[in-house]
Design a binder for this molecule. Sequence first.
Ligand code: ZN
Length: 216
Amino acid sequence: MHTLFAQQRLSQYAEAREYVELGARLVTVQRLTGLRPPDLHRWFFRDPRQAQFGRPPNAVQWYTLANLLQRVDACLFAAPFQRLITRGFAPKAALLNAYRGYLELGLCQPRVDFDRAVDLAGHIAGLWLTHTAHLIVLTCPLCACDTLSTQGLKTPLDCPFCQLQSRYPRDKRVRVHFPTPVPRQLAMPRLGISAFCPGLSQPTSTPPSFSRRAQR
Ligand SMILES: [Zn+2]
């Protein structure tokens, strides 16, 4: 019995499930997996209110017109994506890993949703939405951060991280988005005689007994 078709279809649905869980629009899932909208509705969007409709983003100029926090967030996703692509990862694997890494940063209000991430990744790799790469990640010579930029440039223009550093002290919105990390309480270094006698620095919960009964 031939099961190749079933295997292909199951892997398509497994892939689609990952995109849906990340909040992808129906059209984006269709574009990435090749599954038809009726099948996607049947499996993932039985309640039409849960489906995200509308046209997915597809605009090269979005990045240059975006505000500072949107551009910083776009860079936080784009830099690992391009790094993974350069190291030979498959584009879809790079997309999922880079976007999950971006979400794991724990920003209070992420400015890049999954559809936007697909848009950015497509314009970096020249895939899915376009046949030409329009964007590239370059290292800023001033702050050494990886910054999204237009293809053809040698150094990024208007690095958002340089702007972020200058605006951070006087812009509350920026400080809320990127709060200062709380310093972790590190264990005190063990110095001097306590380093050679662990029992001195770490008292046990039950005091040692020196009675004759305990020594027998
Ligand atoms: Zn910079």
